[in-house]
Design a protein around this ligand. Structure first.
Ligand SMILES: O=P(O)(O)OC[C@H]1O[C@](O)(CO)[C@@H](O)[C@@H]1O
Ligand SMILES: [Mn+2]
Length: 441
């Protein structure tokens, strides 16, 4: 088989990758510095002088990082000992080994975009863990929480919708159940518009009731494999023996509104008996601004539970008990915050690969997951999704993603070219979405 194409990179001046490294990432760093500044008195109250010193240290490390990036300095090894430090430094050596020139060093604007962007978030984490006693501070927490609070109206609408649906779910005809499944999948797809990395950390919440917009948004779904998901899960439901498990795994993306849409979908999957267990995967460290950590996951469920809206708090109480009874399981794994493409998972994280193999279906949420599934490479638009996965087939899987990076595969011949001519920013504005399935049909 031919070698996969080159990765996207900041070398391509004017590309989205280039503009992200040049503008968006420094903006995110500046915002992180500003957040630390604003928490100065809180650090003082909690830790006294030591807290103030730590804040200064973290800020100086982040300023140094921003300078390295803006002057395109070589990417340097991580220094602070952490569970994944050695793997990161080995990966850096591997990137170095790919460069032809003997003195060539990986650099911000020359190395693969996926690598440098992940590295930037890992360096933010390094700056924080190098600054005890504030070494558990999440510089993005505030924006994630703000996204949740700003989306209250939509969250109320979704929770109300779910609770009404659950009261009728037993009596629904097959076709009605299928329509409800499709609706909740679409809500989860459009929930992915709300990431905070694309907006440079600025607010990006869901202010209108997305349920009412689903029909209008349908033309923007470029690949829709949801029929395959229905066939797969409804067959599992029909053929499953009593007491056997049907497991759906969800590789989460953003906290806040998007996470609510994912939990609503997960709740429906259990109540409709399309699945019997849901496994979630989040990030072990703050990542791409809005990605879900275990703290965000627990915090959000707690908030939902304590809402003073009846249907919202009912959702929260139900979700808490699903976790307690083990029908929802949350997993952490460092692989999700490494720079590797997913085709390397079976080598780099064989335990995680084995875990995913237990699923009947894996849902990968969001743009970054799509980039890692496809290796963030310059594929032709019409290359089959299966081919771009490059051997990553732990179980039947589906990417649920709004387009926010210059990569898309599995389109009809000419479809990408046509969009390119009519809407130059179709790949990056988050306006279009896909449900892309790979697995037995
Ligand atoms: O939250 P998501 O959907 O993975 O999006 C992450 C965003 O970050 C980016 O890497 C841009 O910095 C894009 O790929 C995408 O816009
Ligand atoms: Mn994200």
């Amino acid at each position: 088989m031919a070698a996969p194409p080159a990765p996207l990179s900041g070398q391509d001046v004017g590309s989205f990758a280039y503009l992200t490294i040049k503008d968006r990432i420094p903006q995110i760093l500046t915002k992180a510095i500003d957040t630390l500044h604003r928490h100065k008195s809180e650090f003082f109250e909690k830790h006294g002088e030591e807290g103030m010193e730590a804040e200064k240290k973290a800020i100086s490390l982040l300023s140094k990082l921003r300078n390295e990036l803006q002057t395109d300095k070589p990417i340097i090894p991580l220094v602070e000992k952490f569970v994944d430090t050695d793997i990161w430094n080995q990966y850096l050596e591997y990137q170095q080994s790919l460069l032809n020139e003997s003195d060539g060093k990986p650099r911000w604007f020359h190395s693969p975009w996926l690598f440098v962007e992940c590295y930037m978030y890992r360096r933010i984490h390094e700056a924080i863990i190098q600054s005890p006693p504030i070494d558990d501070f999440d510089v993005f927490k505030e924006s994630k929480d703000q996204n949740f609070f700003e989306s209250q109206e939509s969250i109320i609408a979704l929770c109300t919708h779910l609770q009404q649906l659950l009261r009728a779910v037993e009596d629904l005809e097959e076709n009605q159940l299928k329509n409800e499944f499709f609706k909740l999948l679409q809500i989860s797809l459009w929930g992915n518009k709300c990431d905070l990395s694309l907006s440079g950390g600025e607010s990006s919440s869901q202010k209108t009731n997305v349920i009412n917009s689903l029909e209008d948004l349908k033309p923007f779904i470029l690949v829709d494999d949801t029929e395959h998901l229905w066939t797969l899960l409804s067959n599992c439901k029909k053929t499953r023996e009593k007491a056997s498990v049907v497991r759906v795994d969800i590789v989460l993306d953003n906290s806040g509104f998007e996470l609510v849409t994912d939990l609503i979908l997960a709740n429906f999957l259990l109540s409709s008996k399309l699945a019997t267990e849901i496994h979630f995967y989040g990030k072990t460290i703050p990542w791409f601004v809005s990605d879900t950590t275990v703290h965000d996951f627990n915090w959000l469920i707690e908030q939902v539970k304590h809402s003073n809206h009846k249907w919202v708090s009912t959702c929260g109480a139900d979700w808490e008990s699903l976790i307690k009874t083990g029908r929802w399981v949350y997993h952490d794994h460092i692989f999700w915050t490494l720079p590797h493409e997913y085709c390397a998972m079976s080598q780099v994280a064989p335990d995680l690969y084995t875990e995913l193999q237990k699923a009947h279906l894996i849902l990968f949420k969001g743009d970054l997951n799509y980039r890692k599934l496809t290796g963030d490479r310059k594929w032709e638009f019409s290359v089959p999704f299966h081919q771009a996965l490059n051997g990553f087939h732990p179980a039947p899987l589906c990417s649920i993603r709004t387009l926010k990076a210059e990569i898309q595969v599995g389109l009809q011949p000419g479809q990408g070219e046509q969009l390119m001519a009519s809407e130059p920013d179709w790949l990056t504005a988050g306006k279009y979405g896909v449900f892309q399935y790979d697995g037995p049909l």
